[in-house]
Design a protein around this ligand. Structure first.
Ligand code: CUA
Length: 155
């Protein structure tokens, strides 16, 4: 089979770029410890309302400018719908679902998690500027998916 010289060159460039991306990912994962946010604790999805701390979803102050926020995601809302924290707060979000797969994303921040029934997912973020941040579901979860949102108020 004859492959044209330019096609070989083009293929080679593609392979070099692919090798570069794989090397970059491997170095980041192995030496820097970068990992995607993952489900780290299991929970019975039928007993979320009886399981602490998700029996009382909401915000807890755990230190100076440190908070934990426990969220229950369900079709088509987040509980709590709004949390308010002072500027400079580091908030660790814990979230679980009682029904189907949801998303948990605060655009313009690194907070972006999948919310899987049966698992608790968590991620932290420091809010350095005042404002109202929209928290959205970014996994299609049903007919009301586009209405599924909450707010993080930083003041
Ligand atoms: Cu929940 Cu989309």
């Amino acid at each position: 089979m004859h492959i044209h010289r330019y096609e070989k060159l083009w293929l080679s460039i593609g392979l070099v770029i692919l090798a570069f991306f794989i090397a970059t990912l491997s170095i980041a994962a192995l030496s820097e410890g970068f990992v995607p946010p993952s489900d780290d604790q299991s929970i019975d999805p039928t007993k979320v309302a009886q399981t602490p701390p998700f029996d009382h979803p909401g915000l807890r102050k755990v230190g100076d400018h440190a908070y934990e926020a426990y969220y229950v995601a369900h079709i088509f809302a987040f509980d709590p719908a709004t949390i308010t924290v002072p500027v400079g707060s580091r908030v660790t979000f814990y979230v679980t679902s009682t029904d189907v797969e949801h998303g948990f994303s605060i655009p313009a921040t690194a907070v972006n998690m999948m919310v899987t029934p049966g698992w608790v997912n968590s991620l932290s973020h420091t809010f350095k500027e005042a404002g109202t941040f929209l928290l959205v579901c970014n996994e299609y979860c049903g007919a009301g998916h586009q209405t599924m949102a909450a707010k993080v108020v930083v003041q």
